[in-house]
Design a protein around this ligand. Structure first.
Ligand SMILES: Nc1ncnc2c1ncn2[C@@H]1O[C@H](COP(=O)(O)OP(=O)(O)OP(=O)(O)O)[C@@H](O)[C@H]1O
Ligand SMILES: [Mg+2]
Length: 425
């Protein structure tokens, strides 16, 4: 093996947009924004993304201190650094987030928008292709109160009044008790497909109850700042808090300006869409699930088990695409959140440097694609391949090894050779 083909993952070239992503050329310089929550993320796109200290939340309810300068292109450029492919979803999300902020800004400036309809977002697509990752990355960027929960949480033990409202109260907690800022936050509900009604292969009947309660929140509801069931919370609420006035008993938070983003894999949906298209005269349905997903209509979601009122409150819908083998390669090589960093850290803790060879990564991507679980398959394969290395190498004098195609294909043999060469400490 030539040493020139050996590269540490961090040296695998500049982090750039993956194929299919924004074609903007990657500059050779990088900058480190002093952003809140983003740590030392590198900017690999020639778009100046405002620092998140510019995105502040007012504690007064006025617009003082609340600035949001990002434009959709800039939000997407930032997402490109972490999420490979999913261009359409990135665009849709960028627009929805910016719209949300512009609306919030104008509201805080006193401009009324009596007929404003929220653009709640539904993100669908197969498992492990970046739905949750996308929203997490966006949440870090925008720096507003953000709450994530699994919709399954509300149906496992049957719906108990107040549960979904706790999402809103969680937003207040995130702001340190600032109700005015929490009123402009974002609630993200994952695994939303699991609260579809039983008839269509969804989770159970209690899902319908959850949908009913959620749809009230999604529109315009007043939620008690302290849960009526939370006796301890009631007592704490009226106690003096440093620098803040005590809560008024019965204080509520309004959900009119809270943006909802929901996502789910919707495994049975392509079949429903195919049936609808087949029964419609003269229509030959597309072959692939992803092309079918693109044609999803409200009626399909209703057949899947959603209440019309619920799905109707999610007007912005976008499907994430499956990740092909080359995309999985890019997830490892180009995404700043690549799992390779995790392995480098784990081995680095014992003074061992991992060098990732392109042929090794290609082989991992190939095996991961066969798993059929999107980018999650990468972790499955890496764990299987590197398990014994993680166990053995810390007790040896090995301080460097390369993940090659040979290693991926026969980890035990490669490890044996390595151990023979170096011996134990
Ligand atoms: N498009 C992508 N680009 C970069 N990394 C990705 C991408 N898709 C997935 N990953 C990686 O795989 C992990 C799992 O992805 P994620 O949690 O977003 O899946 P999901 O689409 O929400 O799947 P599920 O429907 O099973 O919840 C992420 O934490 C991320 O590290
Ligand atoms: Mg997910």
């Amino acid at each position: 093996m030539s040493s020139s083909s050996l590269v540490a993952a961090s040296d695998l070239g500049p982090v750039s947009n993956g194929p299919g992503n924004d074609p903007t050329p990657t500059p050779s310089t990088t900058s480190t924004p002093k952003s809140r929550g983003r740590g030392s993320r590198r900017h690999a796109v020639p778009v100046e993304v405002p620092r998140t200290e510019d995105i502040e939340s007012s504690t007064t309810g006025s617009n003082a201190g609340f600035h949001f300068h990002l434009k959709p292109r800039e939000v997407k450029a930032d997402l490109d650094r972490f999420v490979i492919q999913q261009d359409e979803a990135k665009k849709v999300l960028s627009v929805a987030l910016c719209d949300h902020f512009q609306h919030v800004r104008m509201t805080r400036e006193g401009l009324k928008a009596p007929f404003y309809t929220k653009q709640n977002v539904l993100l669908l697509g197969p498992t492990g292709v970046g739905k949750t990752h996308l929203i997490r990355s966006a949440a870090e960027l925008i720096g507003v109160p953000f709450v994530k929960a699994d919709a399954t949480k509300f149906s496992e033990t049957g719906y108990v009044g107040g549960d979904v409202e706790d999402l809103v109260r969680d937003l207040i907690r995130r702001t340190g008790g600032d109700v005015a800022t929490a009123e402009h936050g974002i609630i993200y509900l994952d695994e939303i497909d699991k609260i579809a009604g039983r008839d269509s292969g969804g989770r159970d009947v209690s899902g319908k109850g959850v949908q009913t309660n959620l749809l009230k929140l999604m529109e315009d509801a007043d939620v008690a700042v302290v849960s009526p069931n939370d006796i301890m919370g009631q007592v704490q609420a009226v106690m003096p808090r440093p620098g803040q006035p005590p809560r008024t008993p019965g204080e509520t938070i309004n959900t009119r300006h809270i943006l909802f983003i929901v996502s789910g894999a919707f495994a049975g949906l392509p079949g429903i869409i195919r049936r609808r298209l087949t029964t419609a005269a003269g229509v030959i349905p597309p072959d692939t699930d992803e092309s079918l997903m693109d044609q999803a209509m409200t009626a399909d979601f209703i057949s899947f088990g959603f209440e019309p009122e619920f799905i109707g409150r999610l007007p912005v819908r976008v499907a994430c695409r499956p990740l092909a083998e080359k995309d999985l390669f890019d997830v490892m090589r180009r995404s700043e959140s690549s799992l390779l960093r995790q392995y480098e850290r784990a081995f680095g803790a014992y003074g061992i440097t991992v060098k990732w060879r392109a042929d090794g990564l290609r082989r991992i991507a190939h095996l991961a694609a066969a798993e059929g679980t999107g980018a999650r398959g990468l972790m499955t394969v890496c764990e299987r391949v590197l398990r014994d290395f993680k166990f053995e190498l810390p007790s040896t004098s090995v301080d460097e090894f390369a993940v090659t195609r040979e290693l991926v294909e026969d980890p035990k043999a490669t490890l044996a050779v390595l151990l023979k060469k170096t011996g134990r400490r």
